[in-house]
Design a binder for this molecule. Structure first.
Ligand code: 26Q
Length: 823
């Protein structure tokens, strides 16, 4: 039956499919094939499999016509696909055997694949986890994003320790995981002018038109044939040549329009949290939301339902404010193109959209200059003004005469230039607003959205704590642990991978010495795998008997990699001051850092440089190198995370309280049995609630104290020497050039000495104490292993399946639609 469906699932069929692809698709000879070719052929055979499932799913969904949800995200940080696809299809073992017989090793072939790195960090990886969970739970959810020619830049470290950026041409080898759909395309307009007509309508004409072309990426569910779709748009010139200019002999002008159209989807913006005002970024946002909405509207119209039923068939989740233009765009389509009266259109719109906020940092709230919007999107600017007018009237009616409130809530921020506040627009245009962890959602309600809570009532503002897919973040990245769990729980692997709360069954083995030994052995072999990676990439030997301490995430002042590196220096100085005898009692530790800095983020780049140069000094110091070494692993990525995370004994999540919305790698480390050192922030808090405070290492001031401390820094500053003599010594040593070039790090050191906005001086002492407690706890290895087991056992809540169920039920109102079984 499988063969009739055109799917290769047994060894002979798989062999045939692979060899066939070598000879036809790749036009190569099977007997002198390299690993890249073998990977490509294997991938193409898996792709065939996915296409069949994908086709059946799309047909089935079209026939059943359930309500669908659309996840609009400018970032999908997918990583590699082949391993994940094989696991989800349940074909990994068969492929492994087949590929062995063909003279290759599956693991080596998997390493040939380039990451699809169409994202910066947490927000983009979250979108990827949510796609996996949607497909795995057979939910009709589509993703919409952009097909960037270049993903997040490749990070190189120069000899002096500085970050360098190189482009990421991930599409260089053909990408087997996408289906170009040249027939699915829409014309997207920019600039021009908008003329108002009777009854609120307008005509938008002129300007520039570009073409959006669809590329579909297949998203297989785990152990289901349901295969969802991620539709990525590519920009193309509407006409390749402007024939008028061409005939006039102006070749350059003629190709210009084609250049600027292609530029729209050429590169992912590498800034998380900042850089507003760049015209090309705004163009990306409109291009993508307009294409996606046109596609959604076309699909809805095929149903032949009255337009008032649009929200009964469509829910749209806005991943941060980046797709907020979808709100005025839907209004434009309804009012200008579908002749829907304004009020009805507004009703439809506000019942369609849902908005997820990922930050409360004021400097990270997206704003766009009105003059830029007016020029690029004249009709949308009119619509925004109309929305704002009606909205402010409603505010004034409820809170008469409160001008400050009107100013704060207005979509338009006064100033030179005026700016459009995207979060206000997203909130006003959405059915519900959510944050991504309990604390964060509470901060959304009490800070940036306070006025809106007073206006709309609190029920519009809720929480969905983030989650991670246990398929990639345990089963795929840590096969040893996955196998041990399955053996011990005595239930099939697919049972606990679909219901992660089942991991609680591990608790009864926490005291079992035989189980503890196996648990520790898995961790040990993961540490060896990481050590091997470090040796082959950096040429350094790593002591796998040491504690592995990991901090991997985007470089950001609020994430405080600075605190970690200053802590490492403190540890180094302490070791140096010890006698050789004393040192022998110290537990050896290896500290790993990885993460990219936005190319224009000066202080973040300086922190990388400091980390690299401190590593150089301490790794070469014969007095201490047995006890402390440190590595900055260049070019952090999803696939590097898959090696790093399973190898950690502890990981650090040490943002200033109230700044990290959630964090998701904290969940990944804990799921893999790593313990957590962290501040009382984001999802750390909920992790501690699950695993118990005695199984995490918390430190630092709490969120309510932050404001007061900052005030103190500004008006009653206390010198570092008084607050933390230990920190003062560390800063002095860096200043004096102990880690190279005195002076280089001054701009960073001054952020600590002067305003210390992220409260390093306030948290340093308790940070050092927390790390001492870690050392102490690690001495009793059996107790440590128990903590590790108990931590992993309590991670059920953090499956992205739970998060997606929450969105499906409480927000989107959609239900699972399962494909009929083959048999
Ligand atoms: C916006 C406008 C212009 C240019 C860039 C941007 C931009 C791009 C990316 C702004 C923000 C981002 C990414 C934000 C992000 O990754 N936030 C993280 O989201 C995670 C998932 O919810 C959380 O776990 C993290 O706490 C949060 O920092």
């Amino acid at each position: 039956k499988e063969a009739l469906r055109g799917v290769a699932t047994d060894e002979p069929a798989i062999t045939k499919a692979i060899v066939n692809h070598v000879q036809t698709s790749l036009a190569r000879q099977p007997h002198n094939l390299d690993e890249l070719g073998a990977y490509q052929a294997a991938a193409l055979s898996v792709r065939d499999n996915l296409i069949v499932n994908w086709n059946e799913t799309q047909l089935h969904m079209t026939r059943k016509a359930p309500k669908r949800a659309y996840y609009l995200s400018l970032e999908f940080l997918m990583g590699r696909t082949l391993d994940n696809a094989l696991l989800n299809l349940g074909l990994k073992n068969k492929y492994s055997d087949t590929i062995n017989k063909l003279g290759f090793n599956l693991e080596d072939l998997l390493d040939q694949e380039r990451d699809a790195a169409l994202g910066n960090g947490g927000l983009g990886r979250l979108a990827a986890c949510y796609l996996d969970s949607s497909a795995s739970q057979e939910l009709p959810v589509w993703g919409y994003g952009l097909r960037y020619q270049y993903g997040i830049f490749q990070q190189l470290i120069a000899p002096d320790g500085q970050q360098l950026e190189a482009p990421d041409p991930w599409l260089q080898n053909q990408n087997p995981w996408e289906l170009p759909r040249l027939d699915v395309n829409y014309e997207i307009r920019f600039y021009g002018h908008s003329e108002r007509l009777e009854g609120g309508k307008a005509v938008w004409s002129g300007g520039q038109e570009v073409l959006a072309v669809a590329y579909d990426v297949m998203i297989p569910g785990y152990e289901t044939r349901n295969t969802n779709n991620l539709r990525l748009w590519e920009s193309k010139p509407k006409r390749g040549f402007d024939l008028n200019s061409f005939n006039a002999g102006d070749y350059e002008r003629a190709v210009e329009s084609s250049n600027s159209a292609a530029a729209i989807t050429s590169v992912l913006y590498p800034n998380d949290h900042t850089t507003f005002g760049k015209e090309l970024r705004l163009k990306q946002q409109y291009f993508w939301t307009a294409a996606s909405l046109a596609d959604i509207m076309r699909r809805f119209k095929n149903l032949d339902k009255p337009i008032t039923e649009f929200p009964d068939y469509v829910a749209i989740q806005l991943n941060d404010t980046h797709p907020t233009l979808a709100i005025p765009e839907l209004m434009r389509i309804l009012v200008d193109e579908e002749d829907v009266p304004w009020d009805l259109a507004w009703n439809i719109t506000t019942n369609t959209f849902f908005f997820t906020n990922h930050t409360v940092l004021p400097e990270a709230l997206e704003k766009w200059p009105v003059p830029l919007m007016e020029q690029l999107l004249p009709r949308h600017m009119q619509i925004v003004y109309d929305i704002n007018f009606a909205f402010l009237q409603a505010v004034d009616k409820k809170f008469p005469g409160d001008l400050d409130k009107l100013n704060r809530m207005s979509i338009i921020e006064e100033g030179f230039p005026k700016q459009v506040r995207m979060a206000n627009l997203a909130c006003i245009g959405s059915r519900k607003v959510n944050g991504v962890a309990e604390l964060h959602s509470e901060l959304v309600r009490t800070t940036i959205m306070k006025d809106f809570v007073e206006l709309y009532g609190v029920s519009k503002f809720a929480n969905v704590t983030n989650g991670i897919t246990p398929r990639r973040w345990l089963d795929q990245c840590n096969p040893g642990l996955s196998q041990l769990i399955t053996e011990s729980l005595k239930i099939p692997r697919n049972t606990w991978l679909k219901d992660l709360y089942k991991l609680e069954g591990l608790l009864e083995y926490a005291e079992d010495p035989a189980f503890q030994r196996k648990w520790a052995a898995v961790k040990q072999s993961n540490k060896q795998r990481l050590a091997h990676y470090v040796e082959t990439t950096l040429g350094h030997k790593v002591n796998t008997n040491a504690m592995f301490d990991v901090q991997v995430k985007r470089l950001h002042e609020y994430k405080r990699q600075s605190l970690n590196i200053l802590g490492v220096i403190h540890r180094y100085l302490t070791l140096k001051a010890m006698s050789a005898e004393e040192r022998k009692k110290v537990n050896p530790k290896v500290v790993f850092f990885a993460g990219k800095a936005a190319p224009g983020y000066y202080i973040a780049k300086l922190i990388i440089r400091l980390i690299v140069n401190v590593a150089r000094v301490i790794n070469e110091d014969p007095d201490t190198k047995e006890y402390l070494t440190m590595f900055f692993l260049p070019d952090y990525s999803v696939s590097l995370a898959e090696v790093l995370i399973p190898a950690s004994d502890i990981s650090q999540h040490i943002s200033t309280a109230g700044t990290e919305a959630s964090g998701t790698s904290n969940m990944k480390f804990c799921l893999n049995g790593g313990l957590l050192v962290g501040t009382v922030d984001g999802a750390n808090i909920e992790i501690a609630e699950e695993v118990g405070e005695n199984n995490v290492f918390f430190f630092g001031h709490l969120t309510p104290a932050v404001e007061g401390l900052r005030y103190q820094h500004s008006y009653h500053p206390v010198p570092v020497e008084q607050k933390s003599p230990a920190l003062a010594t560390v800063l002095k040593e860096v200043s004096a050039g102990r880690f190279g070039d005195p002076g280089v790090y001054e701009p960073f050191l001054n952020t600590v000495r002067q305003h210390d906005y992220y409260l390093l001086t306030d948290d340093f002492e308790s940070y050092i104490r927390a790390l001492s407690m870690v050392d102490e706890a690690y001495q009793d290895r059996t107790e440590w292993i128990k903590k590790s087991i108990r931590t992993a056992a309590k991670m059920g809540k953090f499956s992205s399946d739970r998060a997606i169920q929450d969105y499906a039920q409480e927000y989107w109102n959609i239900e699972s639609v399962k494909l009929g079984d083959v048999n």
